[in-house]
Each structure stands twice: as C-alpha cells, then as structure tokens.
Ligand binder design. Structure first.
Ligand SMILES: [Mn+2]
Length: 430
C-alpha cells in the first residue's frame, strides 16, 4: 500500500483536461514516424521502461562557495527528502529509485526501508563522503582522504566506505559510488605518483569489501575542490583505476566533470567498448561543474551521449548495464520542479536517440556521405517527441504536465507550513 503525496483525484482531473489534445498530438506524431518506418508504440514502451535515479541531496536547495539561499519548505532530513522524491516519481513515473548519501542520510535502515516502501520507492547506488569532515570524526580530510599521506586518515576513509556498503546491503542497494575531493591547490604540494599509489592501495581495501553482486563506481573530476590537481582527474585515470581494481570496478561519467569542449560522447563510446562504463551523473553546464538542470544548456550534447548509449543497447554491447542518476545543485529553482524537468529532458534525449535510423546512418558512414550522416542525427534530434514522453507518463499513472500538476497541488506551500526553516544546509555538490 503506497501513500503518495499528490492527490490522485487532482492528478486524474488535470490529466483528463489534456487527454484529448495529447491523443491528437500522439496520433499526428505516430503518422509522421510511420512514414519513417518507426512504430511509435514500440518507442513509447521503451521510454516507459527507462528510469533514472534521483539523489537524496538534490531535493534540498544547493549553493555555491559564496552563499546558499535556502528555499521554502526544504526537507529537514532523509524522511522528508524521500517525501519530495516521491512527488517527482509520482508525477514523472521515471524516478523510482533514490541514491543515498552517507552520512547525510544516516537513519535506522528498517525505518528507511519502510518509508521508501510506503512511497513506492527503492534505493540506488550508495554514495560515500570523504570530501568533508563529519561531526566527531577523528581525523580531518582537509589534506585528502583515500590518498592522504597519513595511513590513519586513509584507514578512516576506507572504513567509512565499508560502512557505506554495509548500510547499502541492508537497503537493497547494489553499488557504491566513490568520489573524492583529494588533490592539490599548488604546484609542489603533492607528489602525483605517490598520491595515486596511496589512493589505489586504499581503494583495493574498499574493493575487497564489496559483496559478489555489487559494483563500485569511481567518479573523476578535473578540478574543485582542489584547484591545481585532483587525484582522479579524468577518464584515463578513472579507467586505470577500474583496470587495477578488477571486474566489479567501473568508471562513472558526471557530465560536469570535464574540461570545456571535451568530447564526452566519445569518452562514453570508449568506456562502453572496453566494458568499463558505470553510468552517468546527469547535469548540464556552461563553464565548469555548474550542476545545472540536464538539457538546459546543451541538449544536443545530451542527445549525442544517448546516441552512443542507444547504439550500445541495440547492438547488445557486452557488459553494458549503465546506472543512471541525476546529480545537480538547485540554487535558484524549486528542486522538485528542476528534478522533474531534468528527468523529462533525459528521457527526451533517450527518445530522440531511439529515432535515429541506424542502418541508414551506418550506410552513410560506410560511403563517407558526411552530410547525410550528420543529417540522420539531426533529423532524430529535431523531432518533437513530447507526445511520446507524455503518453509514457500517462500509461504509468503519471502526469501529462508534471510541473502544472505539482503547482496546482500546492505541495511546496503545504510543506513550507509543515517544515520550519532549520537554517542549516544538508545539501551538497558531488
Ligand atoms: Mn557527480
């Protein structure tokens, strides 16, 4: 028995008002796709089966290193965060799993499981945190964690990751995501080789604690919080880590963790080819790790990433089981609205990629017909797939217009009354 946060009567009423228009739009798009040899219902079923996890910290208001402006009705702990995550899933029907963070989300695991069950939610990859100091922690991570020069600090970081695995086991999670803030701010501060050796040694201890059916995802990032060098700076280093650790280790791609203009879709292709793609942290950016909503700045890049993923899906690439998660910081928008629209944009890119005429594209590539090869991608990208997304949501009991229903339901005003501002921050950027 689930206890969903938005009134089912309101949802049904709002959907009813838009159902006829959607049916017309869907039929019209269906005709158009039929002329291209595509069965719209086959695409809609695939879209309905696609899910992306939301991060527990994403429903809190984020901030920058300059300031954080708290939003109204922010969740004060993991149980209220799960309530907000349930709204996102109820209206989009695309986000049934939540990715937890240790220690921000620490709570009795039976209560966590019961709460998630009551909301129809499950748990995705567990995230450890050795990039900030927890309360009453013995050693500080100011100068690093898994690569720290002091073996006692590294041991503490190893034990934290093992504890995170233990919590995840009790919750039914199957993966650990490790992102470290380790690095250096000034040339000379750190010995690159020594730091990486220490990191690999520590990660081998974490890897040894993984259950047989678990995977570990390591996440690279070229800068921040360290500004001169990071220990796990790019996909090459990340690939070396996965190779060193073993078959349960995979490389996580966060779209905001690359240098400007890097061809991320090509990195995706390489990691798929060598069976080391863990999956994604979706977000978008203009300049760096901006953590903006997926698809808000560069939807074509998101489409090109999905073009590689769909290509791998269709040719049944060996070892291809990507984990998808949104990883954003919502500083100036309502986090629930941002996460709903981001989930929709991710699905939009997936849907557009499903429309690529792959046999035709392969032919243009073979015959070096450059213009038509590019046009076959653009044709898929410029197709308005909105009716497919709405139809897939509706078929699963979601909203034709998720943001419209959310606003009509007055959820933010309701939780603002119930949740007095704590003044503190429990959000973060990973
Ligand atoms: Mn991330």
């Amino acid at each position: 028995m689930t206890d969903l946060p938005i009134s089912s009567d309101l949802l049904a009423e709002k959907n009813k008002a838009e159902e006829a228009a959607l049916a017309n739009d869907y039929a019209s798009l269906g005709e158009q796709l039929d002329r291209r040899g595509i069965d719209i219902d086959v695409i809609t079923r695939k879209v309905a089966a696609f899910t992306v996890a939301v991060p527990s910290w994403g429903v809190g208001t984020g901030g920058t290193r300059f300031a954080r402006f708290a939003g109204p009705g922010e969740p004060r702990g993991i149980f209220e965060k799960l309530d907000d995550c349930a709204v996102i899933n109820q209206l989009t029907r695309a986000t049934p799993n939540v990715s937890l963070h240790n220690p921000w989300d620490k709570a009795d695991v039976r209560e966590l499981k019961a709460k998630a069950d009551s909301l129809g939610l499950g748990f995705d990859a567990m995230n450890s945190n050795t990039f900030s100091d927890a309360k009453d922690q013995k050693h500080s991570y100011k100068f690093g964690s898994l690569s720290h020069t002091d073996a006692a600090v590294r041991q503490q970081a190893i034990e934290h990751n093992i504890e995170t695995i233990e919590i995840g086991k009790a919750l039914g999670s199957k993966a650990l995501t490790v992102w470290i803030g380790d690095g250096s701010n000034f040339p000379g501060q750190s010995n690159f080789t020594g730091a990486f050796e220490r990191y690999l040694g520590a990660m081998k201890s974490v890897y040894a604690a993984l259950p047989d059916d678990w995977r570990v995802f390591t996440e690279h990032k070229l800068y921040e919080p360290a500004f001169y060098s990071t220990v796990v700076q790019d996909w090459g280093t990340n690939y070396m880590i996965a190779q060193e650790l073993g078959p349960k280790a995979f490389c996580l791609v966060d779209l905001g963790h690359h240098a400007p203009n890097v061809n991320i879709e090509m990195i995706v292709a390489r990691l798929i080819q060598f069976e080391k793609l863990a999956g994604f942290h979706f977000n978008d950016s203009k300049y760096g790790d901006d953590d903006l909503d997926a698809g808000s700045i560069n939807p074509f890049q998101l489409f090109l990433v999905f073009n590689e993923l769909v290509d791998a899906e269709y040719r049944k690439a060996k070892g291809f089981t990507p984990a998808y998660m949104i990883d954003q910081s919502h500083n100036v928008t309502d986090p629930i609205e941002s996460l709903m629209t981001s989930a929709i944009e991710i699905l939009r890119a997936y849907t557009q990629a499903l429309l690529v005429d792959r046999p035709a594209l392969a032919g243009y590539q073979e015959s070096n017909d450059v213009l038509m090869a590019n046009q076959s991608l653009k044709r898929a990208f410029t197709t308005d797939v909105g009716p497919i997304l709405a139809k897939a949501r509706l078929a699963k009991g979601g909203a034709i217009d998720p943001v419209g229903v959310y606003r009509a339901a007055g959820y933010r005003a309701k939780v603002t009354a119930e949740r007095p501002s704590s003044g503190g921050s429990s959000s973060g950027i990973v």
